[in-house]
Design a binder for this molecule. Structure first.
Ligand code: BG6
Length: 489
């Protein structure tokens, strides 16, 4: 299979917060990988902007370090890195003051695609948007890119939307949810809407329930201050898990067009029923009694407040009130310091209406498992006859497809979510970005859940690091005669 690199136009990309962690870990190495793939047109420029005063040469050295740290050595050669570094510029800028803005204005060209990545805290969004406008830097077609957290509730999200809308139109605003840039997440749409096979079964008549799991092994150490103000519900469910839910549950858009796709996702969010307190379990990890180092810390040691009631785990049952899904629960679960790093969507189908084989031992329901990470791919479990002369005994076998294997070399070289999304910004394609109304609708659903915890002073259950979460989370499914899929180590 020949790798297809879709060309983009020449661009100036400014990264505000260019010396920050996200730029170092994701944005800059991602841009380098796209450069190696031949996707950065000659004459494009990447301009780091941050508060620190330093010459461009120092920033280039910083970029080189990031490449060495985060890009596989097979993709690096001093020649390639050197040519890439030639595209890099740096401007010291004061987001709240005037320093650096005239210099930036002189640097930015009007005849290329302009993109401004706000890789800074949301309190600076307004200042940056206003300065880009005041110094006449951004053209009418300029794009701005913002990161989560996009607000911490409906009110703050509305405020942020209004702040950006004061200077930019919705078609210029790219709100990143990096889960939408993951290869398998996009494949969800291909699987659903490019195959006749699944659609007839994709509804409450045939799907017993859906499970969405995003399990992580990392804790919150190092970002305890942010996380303690956020928790799993705000950090993961309101955005990443919600987006996955939308892609599973939405109707077919009339075409693969940004607003057509986002209209359908929005309808799903608006159809979500409020969640009853009994349908949610919150948890906090507890380190091992015998500590092996900082990795074994408890949540309460990783955050500043030793009596914190913030959740590092949440499991909940979500219901969608529409014709397609009425009666099919969606179980969502995410947490830190769990048994393994595994993200999976499992569509669990109903049993056959009548088993001609009687009460067969080992009988299982069909499950379509879509793995986001690791080992991205899909597995459909089907029942077959157990081989051999032992009579008609059934056994379950997987129809397994690993994207890396199926696509050969190209599959092994799947671009990182950020790389893909940044290129989509340059291309001007908003399909994989959240629209303002989507974000607000997601908060409108999340807010009452969190407000209820706050009002009741709800305390999360503890769970051991390395486990699958609190016992009560298992009960959430057991009580309905179902069980969670295993989280593998
Ligand atoms: C981020 C969250 O958005 O996503 C983190 O803030 C989380 O807490 C991360 O660890 C998970 O992303 P990924 O791509 O590693 O699954």
């Amino acid at each position: 299979m020949v790798s297809r690199v879709i060309p983009v136009d020449r661009f100036d990309l400014v990264i505000f917060g260019g010396t920050g962690d996200l730029a170092r870990r994701k944005i800059l190495p991602g841009l380098y990988r796209r450069f190696v793939a031949g996707q950065i047109p000659e004459g494009s420029r990447i301009i780091g902007a941050a508060r620190t005063d330093m010459p461009t040469a120092d920033f280039r050295a910083h970029v080189e370090e990031a490449i060495v740290e985060f890009v596989a050595s097979a993709k690096r050669s001093s020649e390639l890195v050197g040519t890439f570094l030639d595209t890099i510029e740096y401007v010291a800028i004061d987001a709240k003051g005037d320093a650096g803005w005239e210099e930036l204005a002189k640097l930015i060209r009007a005849d290329v695609v302009q993109a401004f990545y706000f890789s800074v805290g949301p309190s600076l969004f307004g200042h940056l948007a206003e300065k880009l406008h005041r110094y006449s830097i951004a053209s009418d077609d300029a794009r701005i890119v913002v990161e989560k957290p996009f607000g911490r509730d409906l009110k703050t999200a509305q405020e942020l939307n209004a702040t950006l809308a004061a200077h930019f139109s919705e078609s210029q605003i790219y709100r990143i949810d990096h889960y939408l840039g993951k290869e398998t997440v996009q494949n969800l749409m291909a699987v659903r809407f490019a195959n006749i096979l699944f659609e007839p079964l994709w509804n409450a008549r045939h799907v017993d329930h859906v499970q969405i799991t995003v399990a992580e092994t990392v804790g919150v150490g190092g970002r305890g201050t942010y996380y303690d103000r956020s928790g799993a519900m705000r950090d993961m469910v309101q955005n990443h898990l919600m987006q996955l839910l939308c892609l599973i549950a939405m109707e077919a858009p009339y075409r693969f067009d940004p607003d057509a796709v986002r209209d359908e996702k929005l309808k799903v969010i608006r159809a979500l029923l409020p969640v009853a307190p009994d349908d949610i379990v919150r948890g906090q990890y507890r380190g091992q009694a015998r500590k092996n180092g900082p990795d074994d810390a408890s949540f309460l040691e990783d955050v500043e407040d030793p009596s914190s009631k913030t959740e590092s785990f949440v499991a909940l049952k979500v219901e969608i009130a529409n014709w397609r899904w009425k009666g099919t629960p969606f179980y969502l679960r995410t947490g830190k310091r769990l048994r393994g790093r595994e993200s999976e969507i499992a569509i669990v189908f109903k049993e056959v209406p009548h088993s001609i084989f009687g009460e067969e031992e080992g009988w299982r329901e069909n499950v379509l498992s879509i793995r986001l990470q690791p080992n991205e791919g899909m597995t459909l479990s089907v029942m077959i006859k157990e081989p051999g002369p032992g009579g008609m005994r059934l056994t379950e076998v997987p129809l397994d497809m690993s994207f890396a294997e199926a696509l050969g070399e190209e599959g092994a070289d799947i671009p990182d979510a950020y790389e893909r999304l940044i290129m989509d910004v340059i291309r001007g394609n908003q399909t994989l970005f959240m629209r303002g109304d989507e974000v607000e609708a997601a908060w409108a659903w999340t807010d009452p859940i969190i407000a209820d915890w706050d009002a009741r002073g709800d305390k999360p259950k503890t769970y051991d690091s390395g486990s699958s979460g609190p016992e009560d989370a298992l009960m959430l499914l057991h009580r309905e005669g179902r069980r969670w899929r295993e989280i593998h180590e």
